[in-house]
Design a protein around this ligand. Sequence first.
Ligand SMILES: Cc1cc2nc3c(=O)[nH]c(=O)nc-3n(C[C@H](O)[C@H](O)[C@H](O)COP(=O)(O)OP(=O)(O)OC[C@H]3O[C@@H](n4cnc5c(N)ncnc54)[C@H](O)[C@@H]3O)c2cc1C
Length: 494
Amino acid sequence: MAAFSSSFLPLHCISLHQRTSNPYTHYSLPILTKNPKRIKLTSLTIVSAGSDIRKEEVVIVGAGIAGLSTAVSLHRLGVRSVVLEQAESLRTGGTSLTLFKNGWKVLDAMGVGDELRSQYLEILGFVISLFLNLPDPNTEILGIVIKTENGRVLRAFTFKDEDQTVSIHIHAIIRMHFLSPKSEFGAYGNSQEVRAVERRTLLETLAKQLPLGSISFSSKLADIQKHENDETLLQLVNGTRISSKVVIGCDGIRSSVAKWMGFSEPKYVGYCAFRGLGEYPDGQPYEPRVNYIYGRGIRAAYVPVSPTKVYWFVCFNSPTPGPKITDQSVLKKQTKELIKNWDSELLNIIDATPDDTVIRTPLVDRWLWPGLSPNASLGGTVVVGDAWHPMTPNLGQGACCALEDAIVLVQKLAPALKAGPMVVDDALKAYQNERWRRIFPLTVRANVTGAILQLENPLVCSLRDHLLVPKLIRLGPMMEHTNFECAPLLQTKI
Ligand SMILES: Cc1cc2nc3c(=O)[nH]c(=O)nc-3n(C[C@H](O)[C@H](O)[C@H](O)COP(=O)(O)OP(=O)(O)OC[C@H]3O[C@@H](n4cnc5c(N)ncnc54)[C@H](O)[C@@H]3O)c2cc1C
C-alpha cells in the first residue's frame, strides 16, 4: 500500500485517528480535497517503528546496471548500502548492450573499465546498407555499416575519420574565438569508444566490487511507505521490513518505487525488438563494426561482441506488444520468419544463436514533461536509470545514462549524507535538475529516431535510402550526445 492513498469516506470519518495493529502504529493524517458530491480523503500514513524493523542508511532497490553502479560508486566513496534484488541471483540471461564513450567514462571512474575492455572488441565504426548487393568481401570496411534489407550499402563510417573531422573543426573554432582548447575538446573532441558488452558480465563485474553480503537476493519490494523521522519503510514480499534514510529506486521500467512516487506507466511505442547472441566457439568471422540493415517497418543490426560472440537485434512494427511467449525456440522462429527474404548473413547469425539467449521486448518510454512529471525525488527517495526515464534503445543510451545517473547522484549524495537530511534533500534535487536537462531531450530524440527508422511509407523510405543516409548524415553531430565528463571516484576506506 502506498503512503499516499486516496479513498472516499463520509465526512464524519475524517479525523486524525490512530490504529494500533502491531508491529506498526499507523497515523493517518487526512488531507481534504473538495468534490461537489463527496469529500475526498487523501491519507498520508506515517508508520512508527516496530521492533522487527531493520534500520539502514541507504537502500537500493534493484541489482541491475543502475542499482549495482550506484552501490559501487557509493562504496568507492565510503558509503555502505544494501541492494535488494527480487531475483534469486544476478540476471545471467539476456544479450548484450552497446556502450558508448560516456558509458566507458563512468566505468573508468568506478575503476572497472579496463577489466571489461579486455574482454570485448572495440567497434571501429558502422555500415548502413540495403540488402541488394553486399559489400565486396575483399574490401575491408571497418566501422559502422548501414544496409537496406536487400544488402545495398547506404553508408559506412569509421569513428576515427569522424573524430578527425570534428577535431579540425574544433581547432578552427579555438583559433577564431580564443577559447580554451581543454574546454572545447571536453565538449566535442574526445575519441569515440564503442564496445558491445554482455549484460551478464557487466553485472558480475560490478557486483564483484561490493563487499560480501551487499546484495540481498530473493528480496522483492512489496510495499513502500513514509516512516517516522523522515525515513522510508520498505516491506518485502518475504516479510522483511527495512526503514531507511535514503531509498534509491533502481527497479527498472516497471518500477514500484516510481509508481509510488506518482510516475505513470511507460508507454508502448509501436514496435518490438527480438535480440540474441550468436555463438562461434571456433571464432566469429566478422569485422569490428556495427552492421545496420534498413527495411520498411523493420530494421536489424549485428555487431561482433568478442572473438566468439555476435550480438544482433531485429526491430519490427506491431500495433500491440503481443502475448508473452516463453518458449525461446518459438521466438527464434518468429525472428527468422520476419527476415526470411533478406540476405542470408543475418539468418546465419540467428542460426548460430542458442535459443536461450533469444528475447522479445516490446519497446516503451516515458517522457519527463517539465511541470507535469513528478520529481525524481520525494523525501529521501529517488529514482535512477530505467525506473526514472525508460527510453527506447534507438541511440543505445539507456544503460549508458543509468551509469551516468549513478555517478552524478553519488557524487552529490555521499557528502550530503554526512551533513544531514536537509542537505540530502538538496543533493537529490540537484541530481534531478542536472540529469533532467540531459535525459529529457535524449528520451525524445531516441523516440523520434526510432519513429523515423520504423516508417513503412515507400516514398519516405526511398528518401531515407537515397538522400538522408547516403548524403546528409554526419556521424559527429549524431554522436554528440555521447559526450560526458566525470571525475574518478577516489577510493575511501569504510
Ligand atoms: C532492445 C533493447 C536494447 C537495448 N540496447 C541498449 C544499448 O545498446 N545500450 C544501452 O546503453 N542501453 C540499451 N538498452 C537499455 C538498457 O537495457 C536499460 O536502460 C538498462 O538495462 C537499465 O538498467 P536499470 O538497472 O535501470 O534497469 P534493469 O536492468 O531493468 O534492472 C532493474 C532490476 O531491478 C529488479 N527489480 C525490479 N522490481 C523489483 C522489486 N520490486 N524488488 C526488487 N528488485 C526489483 C529487477 O529484477 C532488475 O534486476 C536496451 C534496451 C532494450 C529493451
